[in-house]
Ligand binder design. Structure first.
Ligand code: ACM
Ligand code: ZN
Length: 464
C-alpha cells in the first residue's frame, strides 16, 4: 500500500473493513518508541506499539488511509521511522504568522509524521518572544521602520511578537502531536534586534538599526563583552523555561567578523584564551553558551557556519545547510551529531523552478562526501526551512511548503529503498486534492517539476 510517508512494510490482506476506528490497542515491549503495527481486518483495527508515540503514529497512518480510501482495504502495516529527527523550520522573525496559521502548518506537518518544529524567532529584522525580564527587547526589538525586501515593499512600520501565553498554546498544540518545539535565538550574528535594544553590546557600542531588508549584516554581538554574554545567558534562561523541550538552537550562522577584528575587547578575549583567529573565537563563544545550556540540562544546535573555526565542542549538534563540507564531515566522523538541511534543495523558500519537487524528494542525506560509516550514524535526520523575507501571506507560505514538505517527510521517515518518485506522485496527486478541499494551499501539479525553460524563467524571476 502506498502512503506518504511510505511505511516500512505493508501487506494487503484482501477485502475491506467494516470499521473505521481502532478497536484494540496492544502494548508490546521491545518495539522502538515510534514504531507500530497496524492491522486492518474485516471487523477490527488493531494497533501494537510500545509507547503512546507508536500508537499515535498508527492513528496518523489511519487518518491518511481514510483520506485516500472510501472503504479501508484490509492490510497489515509494520512501520517505524528512518530518522529520529524529522524537522520543519518556520521563520517568524522576518514575517510573523497567526497562531491559526501556525497550527494549520503544524497539523499538516504532523500528518506527515514530522516531529520537530524549529521556530526561528529572532533575527536582524525583529525579535519575537515576549520575555518578562527583558520587556524592552520586544518594545524596541520587534519593530522595524518598513519592509524593504526585494519583492515586498511597504512603507509602514512592521512589528509584533508572540506573547508567552501564545507560545505556550503552540507548544501545547505541538505536544499533542508529539512535535517538539525548538526555539532559535540566533547569535552572535543576525542580532540587529538585540543590538538595537542594547547597542552597548556591539563592538562599537553605537546605534544599530533593525534591518528592513534581507542580507548579512556586520552588526554582531561583541564576544569580548562579559555583560553582553551574561545578558544573552539571562535571555536563554527565560527561553529555556518557556520552551520546556530539551533542545535550543543558538544559530551561529552568517556572522561577519569585521567588527571583532578591530575590537579591543574581542582581541583581548582572544589573547587571554590563546585563540588565534576570529573564527575560533566564535567556536569559543558558542561553546560557552552551549556549556551554559548543558548545565541547565539543554542540548544545543548550531548552523554549520560554526565549524569555520576550530574547537567547536562535539557535544553540539550541527545543522548543515551550506559550505564547510570537509569540516562538517570531520566533526561528524569524530562524534558530532548532525541534522541535514542542505540549501539545495531543502530550502523551500526558493522557487519550484530552482528546487523542484523531484529534487527535494531525491535528497539523500547520507550522500555527503567524507562521511565514514561511523559518521553516518551521527545523522539525526533532516529538516527543511522556510525563510520568510519574501513571504508575508498564509497562502504563499503554504504554497512554498506544500507539497515539498510531503517529499521531505518521506526522506525523513521512509527507508531509502522504499522511495519511488512515480508512486509518491501518484499518491500525492490524490492527497493534495483532499488537503486543498480542506483549505490548504498546495501548489498545482504543473508547478511541481517545471520544464527546463520554465525553471530558468522562474529562477530568474525570483532574483530579479
Ligand atoms: C542560513 O540559511 N543562514 C542558516
Ligand atoms: Zn568586540
Amino acid at each position: 500500500m502506498r502512503l506518504i510517508p511510505q511505511p516500512l512494510s505493508s501487506e494487503l490482506l484482501g477485502g475491506f473493513s467494516s470499521v473505521k476506528d481502532i478497536t484494540e490497542r496492544i502494548t508490546v515491549d521491545g518495539m522502538n518508541e515510534e514504531e507500530y503495527e497496524l492491522t486492518v481486518s474485516a471487523e477490527n483495527i488493531t494497533v501494537k506499539a510500545s509507547s503512546d508515540k507508536g500508537f499515535y503514529y498508527a492513528t496518523v497512518t489511519l487518518k491518511q488511509m481514510k483520506l485516500l480510501y472510501d472503504r479501508l482495504p484490509c492490510v497489515r502495516i509494520n512501520d517505524r521511522p528512518r530518522y529520529p529527527y524529522r524537522g520543519f523550520m518556520i521563520d517568524c522573525a522576518r514575517h510573523m504568522f497567526s497562531l491559526d496559521e501556525l497550527k494549520k502548518m503544524i497539523s499538516t506537518a504532523a500528518d506527515l509524521k514530522f516531529n520537530k518544529l524549529h521556530w526561528h524567532l529572532s533575527d536582524d529584522q525583529g525579535f519575537r518572544i515576549e520575555l518578562d525580564n527583558f520587556p524592552e527587547l520586544t518594545e524596541k526589538g520587534s519593530v522595524r521602520d518598513c519592509d524593504n525586501f526585494r519583492n515586498l515593499k511597504n512603507p509602514s512600520p512592521y512589528s509584533g511578537y508572540y506573547k508567552k501565553s501564545e507560545i505556550r498554546e503552540i507548544i501545547d498544540f505541538c505536544a499533542k502531536k508529539y512535535i517538539d518545539v525548538i526555539p532559535e535565538f540566533d547569535m552572535p550574528g543576525h542580532q540587529s534586534a538585540f543590538l538595537h535594544t542594547y547597542p552597548q553590546f556591539s563592538c562599537k557600542g553605537t546605534a544599530v538599526e533593525i534591518k528592513t531588508k534581507e542580507g548579512i549584516f556586520k552588526d554582531i554581538v561583541c564576544a569580548g563583552n562579559e555583560e553582553a554574554k551574561s545578558t544573552l545567558k539571562a535571555i536563554l534562561d527565560e527561553i529555556c523555561e518557556l520552551f520546556y523541550y530539551d533542545t535550543v538552537h543558538i544559530g551561529g550562522d552568517e556572522a561577519p567578523k569585521n567588527n571583532w577584528k578591530s575590537c579591543e575587547k574581542c582581541q583581548r578575549a582572544m589573547r587571554e584564551n590563546g585563540i588565534n583567529n576570529e573564527q575560533d573565537l566564535q567556536c569559543h563563544f558558542i561553546n560557552e553558551m552551549a556549556e551554559y545550556l548543558a548545565n541547565k540540562g539543554k542540548k544545543c544546535i548550531v548552523w554549520n557556519d560554526c565549524l569555520k573555526g576550530d574547537g567547536l565542542s562535539r557535544d553540539i549538534t550541527v545543522q548543515y545547510w551550506m559550505g564547510n563540507k570537509c569540516k562538517t564531515a570531520k566533526a561528524v566522523n569524530s562524534g558530532a551529531e548532525v541534522i541535514m538541511s542542505s540549501f539545495m534543495p531543502m530550502y523551500v523558500d526558493y522557487p519550484y523552478g530552482m528546487h523542484p519537487l523531484k529534487a527535494v524528494y531525491s535528497y539523500e542525506p547520507e550522500d555527503f562526501s567524507g562521511l565514514t560509516q561511523e559518521g553516518k550514524k551521527n545523522i539525526l535526520g533532516v529538516e527543511s526551512p522556510i525563510w520568510t523575507e519574501y513571504i508575508d501571506t498564509d497562502e504563499r507560505l503554504e504554497y512554498m511548503c506544500f507539497p515539498r514538505w510531503f517529499a521531505v517527510a518521506e526522506t525523513a521517515w521512509s527507508k531509502k529503498e522504499n522511495k519511488d518518485y512515480k508512486k509518491f506522485c501518484f499518491v500525492l496527486d490524490n492527497l493534495a486534492e483532499k488537503y486543498r478541499r480542506e483549505g490548504l494551499t498546495v501548489a498545482d501539479k504543473a508547478e511541481w517539476d517545471p520544464e527546463p525553460m520554465q525553471r530558468l524563467k522562474r529562477t530568474l524571476g525570483f532574483f530579479i
